[in-house]
Design a protein around this ligand. Structure first.
Ligand SMILES: Cc1cc2nc3c(=O)[nH]c(=O)nc-3n(C[C@H](O)[C@H](O)[C@H](O)COP(=O)(O)O)c2cc1C
Length: 365
């Protein structure tokens, strides 16, 4: 039925649609809904403690027996760069004064930890059928433990070189993440954002370069994007931003409204929120300090300095200092429950695939 069924066979799922892991936004409700619909629901664990991740996995396993994906960040720990942090603080000082925030205020923050032994133990306990990573891969011994337990390993590549590297390290499938994608760039071999590749150019070049199945990600939000991904040689799509409009997404009303009203050219790649490049809807901080700033400390340190400002402005109903991660195709998304969205996308794609085939036959091709 599908032009390429390598990924659905690899993971034992029905539909070649992965709901993208979205740290801070996609928890058990979303994962269960998508996996129950036949796609692959992904639990983003990057901002969860081990206990919080355990609770989510417990809920998911109780509510569905379908395959699921658990996703982790695996960044290098930040270097100790006090001078840079001081400069960052100074750059933000005018905002601290304006908002009357004490810069020494500490604000409780989500974990943002890299994948480690404890998270690996948790993976062993709940055996997600798929484990995916962002920013490369974890250390070899942890990766081997997961592989030996039978989970399929996925990671994001933003270039052909990254895709080849991931395949060499034993990834079972590669997520080709184009420049259009919302959230953090998975880039890990290079830091230069200006040379990052769009989905249309990246996917076929990655398909040509690796033997494992390729998943297209970035700017895909409706049947046209999915059909295009298959035409480019992908075996599945990973969709993030379009799932943010679902009621299961754990995002604020302000964020939801911004996604509804944003246009194609209102997002940008920025490092000012966390220290790593990520695509978000342009706001005051991005306009005035970024979108890219050499002063931003390494991931995830930039976020800590910003946290008190963010908390104060959010209390006043403002999103001046809050990242609203979004891809370039937010306007193509719709308000639908995640399970329905998954099924509707697939139904639309299949109808189109059939009519394309009929068209091809009747014109003699
Ligand atoms: C709100 C948000 C949070 C994200 N968090 C993660 C994450 O925790 N782990 C991950 O691997 N990718 C994350 N991503 C990136 C997605 O995996 C994917 O590459 C991207 O959503 C695809 O582009 P699209 O948003 O245009 O569909 C996130 C994306 C968004 C929009």
């Amino acid at each position: 039925m599908w032009p390429n069924d390598r990924f659905i066979k690899l993971c034992g799922i029905e539909l070649p649609i992965i709901q993208a892991p979205m740290a801070g936004a996609a928890l058990s409700d979303m994962v269960v809904a998508v996996s129950q619909a036949g796609g692959l629901g992904s639990l983003a664990c990057a901002l969860l403690t081990v206990d919080q991740a355990r609770k989510e996995l417990e809920t998911i396993r109780r509510r569905t027996s379908r395959p699921i994906n658990a996703n982790f960040f695996c960044h290098q720990p930040p270097r100790d760069e006090r001078a840079r942090e001081m400069s960052w603080r100074q750059r933000l000082n005018a905002y601290y004064i304006q908002l009357q925030v004490d810069s020494s205020t500490s604000v409780a923050q989500s974990a943002s930890a890299s994948f480690d032994e404890k998270m690996c133990d948790l993976v062993m306990e709940y055996h997600p059928e798929v484990v995916s990573f962002h920013f490369g891969l974890p250390e070899k011994k942890l990766l081997l433990r997961i592989k030996r337990a039978g989970a399929k390993i996925l990671s994001s590549a933003t270039s052909v070189a990254e895709a080849r590297w991931l395949e060499d390290q034993g990834c079972d499938a590669i997520i080709a993440q184009g420049f259009e994608a919302g959230g953090h760039r998975g880039m890990f071999l290079r830091e230069d954002v200006s040379t990052q590749v769009g989905t249309m150019a990246l996917v076929p070049q990655v398909v040509d370069a690796v033997k494992v199945p390729v998943i297209a990600a970035g700017g895909i939000a409706d049947k046209r994007g999915i059909l295009a991904a298959f035409a480019l040689g992908a075996a599945a799509v990973q969709i993030g931003t379009a799932y943010l409009r679902c009621p299961e997404a754990q995002i604020s009303a302000l964020y939801r409204q911004a996604l509804k009203s944003t246009s194609d050219n209102e997002t940008a790649i920025t490092n000012v929120f966390t220290g790593r490049p990520a695509r978000a809807i342009v706001n005051r901080l991005m306009r005035e300090v970024g979108p890219m700033s050499d002063l931003a400390p390494e991931f995830p340190l930039a976020a800590a300095t910003l946290a008190p400002l963010r908390a104060k402005s959010e209390m006043a109903g403002s999103a001046d200092f809050t990242p609203f991660w979004s891809g370039q195709a937010a306007r193509l998304s719709r308000d639908l429950p995640a399970g329905e969205l998954t099924k509707q996308l697939v139904a639309e794609v299949l109808t189109n695939l059939r009519s394309l085939q009929i068209g091809a036959t009747s014109s003699g091709h």
